[in-house]
Ligand binder design. Structure first.
Ligand SMILES: Nc1ncnc2c1ncn2[C@@H]1O[C@H](COP(=O)(O)OP(=O)(O)OP(=O)(O)O)[C@@H](O)[C@H]1O
Ligand SMILES: [Mg+2]
Length: 275
């Protein structure tokens, strides 16, 4: 096994001693983000329950990707807090948040198209043995063993999403649907228990869409919690236990897919009255 990566302080999460045992699994409280004069998130507050698939919906520019960036440490909010299992995530870097158990995918995939599928998973793993040249020089067997373990973990993640036979394939030769699956394999390889997926179903054919939905449900059955940005109402209806409706950076409503989709005021905001 690889030794602990000094760049990833896995035990530095400040424990909130006073918090009750029943602290929300994931909680955003009063999050504010401003880009110049634009308030991308305003007093944004919500909770996500452990074990559920929660869909985050809302019109373009509502702030969905921005709240993902805040939760995962890519963006420091101007105000507000995020906590995970009762522990504050404030000020933690992205690697520390992955070590705490939260991994995210990106709306624009961020894959290395000139690397193999396996290598794309390998680079996402939190600790790469042999990163320190001096250590690699003096402990070559240890490094080789650790690299084998990392490769095995990456292969398992590919198999998990049905890409076992594509491990050696260059990403540019994969279909768009396979590339989407690869982004999920990268998250699984980190071992994170809370997965944040930014539009995992966008741009997919009907067949690939069914495959992704089945995969997300399977991950839930295996114990993962999912927070999924999704525009497709059919997908939301089929996979969501809970829906968060974001509008102009603020949580407008939270409820079951049925109640959210049936709400005429929300449909007016989302579809401009097209429904
Ligand atoms: N780095 C940035 N600099 C300036 N403005 C930004 C930045 N990132 C996002 N914004 C703006 O913040 C607002 C929220 O953007 P965000 O990407 O979070 O929306 P979204 O809900 O993910 O939209 P979409 O459904 O189109 O992906 C938008 O008005 C966007 O233009
Ligand atoms: Mg977005």
């Amino acid at each position: 096994m690889a030794g602990p990566d000094p760049a990833i302080p896995s035990r530095t999460l400040p424990r909130d001693e006073g918090s009750p045992v029943t602290a929300p699994y994931l909680q955003a409280q009063g999050v504010e983000v401003a880009f110049g004069g634009l308030r991308a998130l305003r007093d944004c507050s919500f909770t996500v329950d452990k074990g559920k698939i929660t869909c985050l919906v809302g019109p373009n520019g509502a702030g969905k990707t921005t709240i993902f960036n805040v939760i995962t440490g890519f963006l420091r909010p101007n105000d507000g807090h995020v906590s995970f299992q009762g522990r504050s995530l404030d000020g933690l870097r992205p690697q520390a948040i992955v070590a705490a158990g939260i991994a995210r995918s990106f709306q624009n995939l961020r894959l290395f198209v000139d690397l193999s599928a396996l290598d794309n998973v390998m680079v996402a793993l939190p600790s790469q043995a042999g990163e320190e040249p001096v250590g690699a020089l003096f402990r070559p067997l240890h490094v080789a063993r650790a690299q084998r373990a990392q490769r095995e973990r990456a292969r398992e993640a590919l198999a998990h999403v049905g890409l076992a036979d594509k491990a050696g394939e260059y990403v540019r030769n994969l279909s768009y649907g396979e590339q989407k699956l690869l982004t999920i394999a990268r998250l699984l390889a980190t071992g994170a228990e809370l997965l944040l997926l930014d539009e995992p179903a966008s741009g997919l054919s009907a067949g690939a869409l069914d495959g992704i939905m089945a995969l997300l449900r399977r991950l839930q059955q295996e114990g993962k919690t999912l927070l999924v940005v999704e525009h497709n109402t059919r997908v939301v209806q089929q996979i969501a236990d809970d829906v968060l409706f974001l509008h102009q950076g603020h949580l407008m409503a939270q409820g079951t897919p049925e109640t959210i989709i049936a709400d005429p005021a929300l449909a007016e905001i989302y579809f401009g009255g097209a429904l």
